[in-house]
Design a protein around this ligand. Structure first.
Ligand SMILES: [Ca+2]
Length: 439
């Protein structure tokens, strides 16, 4: 069982706003549910008397080796670290053959637990580890269970035996004891690349994972794309607010970014003005790390109807003000401001250093950001209604006067008496849609 000190620490790592007990206090090295992104250096199946792993460049009698995957596919190389190159439910490695013919084993890697995965726990049934509702499904996935629990207002979701889903709010879910992560390696019946607990073992997740939207106020957290760890759904429009009062800047890091087409996108907006600060998609991938000199940022995600993908995991950390940091930020702003837009649009390499500081002065020419074709208007939420009404009238007059050849646009001059509505869409700033209101 974890010490209280460890619990405290881990709440901070995941989401300090939630009072729940959290997993072990290690810096997470995995952001996928099955550790396919694990690139750590554990080279035995367990840190406690585990079997030593064989080197991937010596396992030519097996399907996975560096001859077959010479370019580092799946993280393979001239080493003997645990990896998950085949979409299994957990990292594993080949071992010297056992008497009973076992030639590979899953690795128990404490640091390979995605934030929001609360761990693998024993379940004795009466009462169950999670005491809310339960159901079974032969198409169970992690997110299918999480979604079900989230829609019932539960904070925790647990999967067991591959097909059972438990929901609950009881923070004593650890009362039967925690189990090794390798005891929660039953495949989900609905997705054989995901772990869904085990026999008498329930794998627990925070239901914030994969939510379409949310409000974050903790100093640090990880936000996942909608439906994570499943692929994101079609037609998603999601917002997350990240507001950390007193922060001088927020450091962002995409620890996972798998968006394949150019129409699905992730944006970061100034929380106060709704200006789009950055837009990333399959064509314009994000830098690994960047920071925004604000204490209020909105994360936006949009997906169209085709080409779904794994999505993203973004980690943020708010930095409080102090004189030293102010100096650094100011220097970076001055020296890098000139190039920041260029950097943003052309830099697709993953980098571990901070590339630029995004400033948000009122004169900031947001229309020069990549992808912003339409001119940008700022609408403040409290006055939006008033501005919309006035603009609607102006737009109508403007169109009547100037727009007699508007066949190429998606709207035309209306007959007298029709009412225009203007809708604000963050990705495109302002879009005008004709909406004839009939009574
Ligand atoms: Ca798409």
């Amino acid at each position: 069982m974890l010490s209280d000190k460890k619990r405290e620490c881990c709440q901070i790592i995941w989401n300090a706003a939630q009072p729940a007990v959290r997993g072990p206090c290690l810096r997470p090295q995995c952001y996928t549910a099955n550790g396919a992104d694990y690139r750590g250096t554990q080279n035995q199946t367990s840190q406690h008397a585990g079997k030593p792993c064989l080197f991937w460049n010596e396992t030519f009698e097996h399907p996975y080796n560096t001859l077959k995957y010479p370019n580092g596919e799946g993280g393979l190389g001239e080493h003997n670290y645990c990896r998950n190159p085949d979409g299994d439910v957990s990292p594993w490695c080949y071992i010297a053959e056992h008497e009973d013919g076992i030639y590979w084993k899953y690795c128990e890697i404490p640091s390979c637990r995605m934030p929001g995965n609360l761990g693998c726990y024993k379940d004795h049934g009466e009462p169950p580890t999670l005491t809310g509702t339960s159901e079974t499904s032969n198409k169970l996935t992690i997110q299918a269970c999480i979604s079900s629990c989230r829609s019932q207002q539960f904070k925790f979701a647990g999967m067991e035996s591959g097909y059972a889903c438990f929901c609950g709010n009881n923070p004593d879910y650890w009362r039967y004891g925690e189990a090794a992560s390798t005891e929660c390696n039953s495949v989900c019946f609905g997705d054989h690349t995901q772990p869904c607990g085990g026999d008498g073992r329930v794998i627990l997740f925070d239901t914030l994972i994969g939510a379409c939207g949310g409000n974050y106020t903790s100093a640090t957290a990880v936000i996942y794309s909608p439906d994570f760890p499943d692929t994101y759904g079609t037609g998603k429009v999601c917002y997350w607010t990240i507001q950390v009062p007193g922060a001088s800047q927020i450091l962002f890091s995409f620890v996972l970014f798998e968006i394949k087409d150019a129409t699905d996108m992730v944006e970061l907006l100034d929380g106060y003005t709704y200006h789009v600060l950055a837009r990333f998609n399959g064509k314009n991938r994000p830098p690994h790390t960047f920071n925004i000199s604000l204490d209020f940022v909105i994360l936006y995600f949009f997906s169209d109807e085709i080409n779904q993908a794994q999505g993203f995991a973004i980690r943020y950390r708010a930095v409080k003000d102090n004189v030293h940091q102010n100096k650094i930020a100011a220097n970076q702003t001055l020296s890098e401001k000139r190039n920041e837009h260029t950097n943003f649009s052309i830099n697709t390499a993953r980098s571990s250093k901070i590339l630029y500081v995004i400033t948000t002065s009122p004169s900031h020419p947001s229309s020069s950001m990549p992808g912003n074709v339409i001119s940008k208007w700022t609408i403040y939420s409290l006055t939006a209604l008033l501005i919309l009404s006035v603009t609607a009238i102006l737009a109508k007059i403007f169109l009547h006067v100037l727009c007699t050849q508007c066949g190429t646009l998606h709207f035309s001059v209306t007959a007298a008496g029709e009412i225009w509505s203007i809708f604000y869409r963050p990705s495109t700033s302002i879009s005008i849609f004709k909406k004839q209101l009939r009574t």
